[in-house]
Design a protein around this ligand. Sequence first.
Ligand SMILES: O=C(O)CCC(=O)C(=O)O
Length: 280
Amino acid sequence: MRVTSNGVALSTAPSAMRTSRLDDPQALRENFRRDGYVLLRQVLDRDTVIGLRGAYFGMFDPSYLAKETTPQQGIWSGEAPAGLPPHGHPGHPAHAFVRSKVFADFVQDQRLLAVAQTLFDGAETMRLPRQIVRHFHQGPRASRAHTDFDYLDRGSDQVLTMWIPIGDCPVPTGGIAYLEGSHRLPKAQLQLLKNRRTDRPDDPRPISHDLGWTQQELGGRWLCADFAAGDVAIHSPHLVHATFDTTTSSMRMSADIRFVPIDVEPDPRWLRPWSGDDGN
Ligand SMILES: O=C(O)CCC(=O)C(=O)O
């Protein structure tokens, strides 16, 4: 399988993520500590997730979707509607969507809170209000290799991210990938890579857009999965991760939802609803 991210091919094919189970909380916590992530299959109701996908793509001009397809399918027509604001900026559907009742109902699902609480060893837990909805149509565009803590470092590192595919997301649709064992790397080692190979020299947060190079420098394998609607991937703020390019006409849609124990200091930037232009 040839995988690219931001148009750059990985020289080594990614390997499969390990799948964890919900019914053994101790094993779940151990997996999270050991791997820096857990992948849970079918935590959420598939029809609810597909309904959410439909609600989102239904907010776009119909020209965005391929003829005779439904918003639930989220199949790109090949054209971006004229005048669409940048992703998540006021006026873009993602901006209104993260403020909508349908999204609020979705993220309030008690199963998500319960999993977060299990991973925090039973500590009382809250969801951070800055919740991002992303979608990508076919093209050489994806999230660069980074750790979440570089975006959340004005608060505690007791924070976990749930990456939730909103729709089926097999590897060619451009899901999340984790760099094996990278949550254990010294911060200084990651810091040394910054600005050495980057398509964003002015942004100090991402490590690189080149995932093959990142892997060569840091070691470990890139781990990926064919995600299905209902699955949830959860990662540590110190795990290096990225996403792959979307190469299918089916668009990649996902949400990142973050949780913290209530007795830690969260990064204040994450206490306000997300806007694509909030600079964070
Ligand atoms: O979905 C993406 O493209 C990036 C998501 C991500 O980096 C995260 O959830 O922490």
